[in-house]
Design a protein around this ligand. Structure first.
Ligand code: NAD
Length: 427
């Protein structure tokens, strides 16, 4: 077993580090956020990811959390880099955290036994840039691109049972060293050049986002022509060339990956002189999809000025407290702009909501959010909302209007319970 370092204790870094500890490695995780490191050293987990807290407790003796880069370097051979790469105003990936880390490395000094494995999603060309920056400062260090494909909410299972591992290498010996870490997982490994590995990540996310925008447009047409998108998706998905996954319409994709990665790929193409038309449409469809809910609400309530609208679910999907680019943010802002009074609830994202949502009343429970509401929108399909006693909750609402933004509730049961129920692309 080896000594491994992880840079960044976020959704990817923490899961990576903790899963590697479960595989028997001695793992040192470094972050620059003192609150995160203090919380982790105290045994609490700064993010919501099912199963993570238990695994940290179980493998505590193989995990070290630190603010110190020197300590990380001293204790590690392979170093997984999982710092954030948020979007810039131009839609490109912001590489300031990645390059900031490179500057820190240059100041601290790495040596040839270190191997950087880049897990952050970075545009094609970043590996080459990092390598030449380090070389220019006389630092000989290995580098591999090792994009991560885990999904928040099921991140541990995704890390330990990946569909594939992608390793982009400048030097096959570095690729061998990294591949050995993943070997016990038994997953297919794609070994390739660094630029190709970087592109695999963007192309994968862009394709999944395209599938979502595609089915959302099919749903919108279904509404016009009286077809049922759920059955359309089922009928399409049974074709093995298409597959059933990512054919669930809703009120748009959000989260910390799809929106920024689609945009970054579009910009990457544009900066290289190619106009990626399809992705322009994928992004536009997604933006419009979030706003269509406002039209649905108006159909039932008329003008929204002074109307109370309850949003159930704020995280970008169930199983996480992550609200980055969540559809709830756009929807809340649109509703407030229409003069609506917005109340909202989420089982785990209330702290994130307090930071990000302005002008929204945050309720202590779903029932509280629904009380007196003229309409409810199911924004995130948390199991507890699906299991809600809707008939009882409906009795406390001013009007029994429910827009199911995730096609997750039982429409027939909702109508039988007296709701004006509307979903996406369903008659
Ligand atoms: P995150 O914001 O949750 O975590 C990043 C962490 O890096 C933060 O805690 C930050 O303080 C820390 N950091 C920044 N600079 C640092 C430095 N110099 N040294 C140590 N720590 C530093 O981000 P995330 O969601 O974990 O995403 C990380 C990367 O992985 C991104 O590029 C993202 O696109 C990619 N990715 C994310 C997911 C996902 O589901 N979240 C999935 C696959 C890939």
């Amino acid at each position: 077993m080896s000594r491994i370092g992880v840079v960044g204790a976020g959704y990817v870094g923490l899961v990576t580090g903790v899963c590697l500890a479960t595989m028997g490695h001695e793992v040192t995780i470094r972050d620059i956020d003192p609150r995160k490191i203090a919380a982790l050293a105290d045994g609490s987990v700064p993010i919501h990811e099912p199963g993570l807290e238990e695994l940290i407790a179980e493998h505590r003796e193989r995990l070290t959390f630190t603010l110190s880069l020197e300590r990380l370097l001293e204790r590690s051979g392979i170093i997984f880099v999982a710092v954030d790469t948020p979007p810039t105003y131009s839609g490109d990936a912001d590489l300031s955290r990645v390059m900031g880390f490179v500057d820190e490395l240059a100041a601290t000094g790495v040596d040839p036994r270190h191997l950087l494995a880049m897990k952050s999603t970075v545009p094609v060309g970043t590996g080459e840039r990092v390598r030449s920056e380090l070389a220019a400062r006389g630092l000989g260090v290995g580098y591999c691109s090792n994009p991560e494909f885990l999904k928040e909410g099921v991140a541990i299972a995704d890390f330990l049972r990946p569909d594939r591992v992608v390793i982009g290498e400048f030097d096959p010996a570095d690729g061998d060293r990294l591949a050995a870490v993943y070997e016990p997982l038994g997953a297919p490994v794609v070994r390739t050049s660094v630029p190709t590995a970087e592109m695999i990540k963007y192309a994968s996310n862009a394709f999944l986002a395209t599938k979502i925008s595609f089915i959302n447009e099919i749903a919108n047409v279904c509404e016009e022509v009286g077809a049922d998108v759920a059955t359309v998706a089922q009928g399409m998905g049974l074709d093995q060339r298409i597959g059933t996954s990512f054919l669930r319409p809703g009120i748009g994709f959000g989260g910390s990956c799809f929106p920024k990665d689609v945009s970054a790929l579009k910009q990457l193409a544009g900066n290289s002189g190619y106009h990626f038309q399809l992705l322009t449409a994928v992004i536009e469809v997604n933006e419009l999809q979030k706003r269509r809910v406002v039209g649905k609400l108006k159909k039932h309530l008329g003008e929204l000025d002074g109307k109370r609208v309850a949003l159930l679910g704020l995280a970008f999907k169930p199983g996480t407290d992550d609200m980055r680019e969540a559809s709830s943010l756009v929807l809340a802002a649109r509703l407030i702009a229409e003069g609506a009074i917005v109340t909202a609830h989420d089982p785990v994202a209330m702290d994130a909501a307090r930071e990000r949502l302005r002008g929204v009343e945050l309720a202590g429970s779903a029932g509280e959010a629904l009380e007196g509401a003229d309409a409810a929108v199911l924004v995130t399909e948390w199991p507890e909302y699906l299991a809600l006693d809707w008939a009882a909750a409906g009795a406390t609402m001013a009007r029994p209007v429910v827009i199911d933004g995730r096609n997750a509730l039982d429409g027939a049961a909702m109508r039988a319970a007296g709701f004006d129920y509307e979903a996406i692309g369903r008659t």
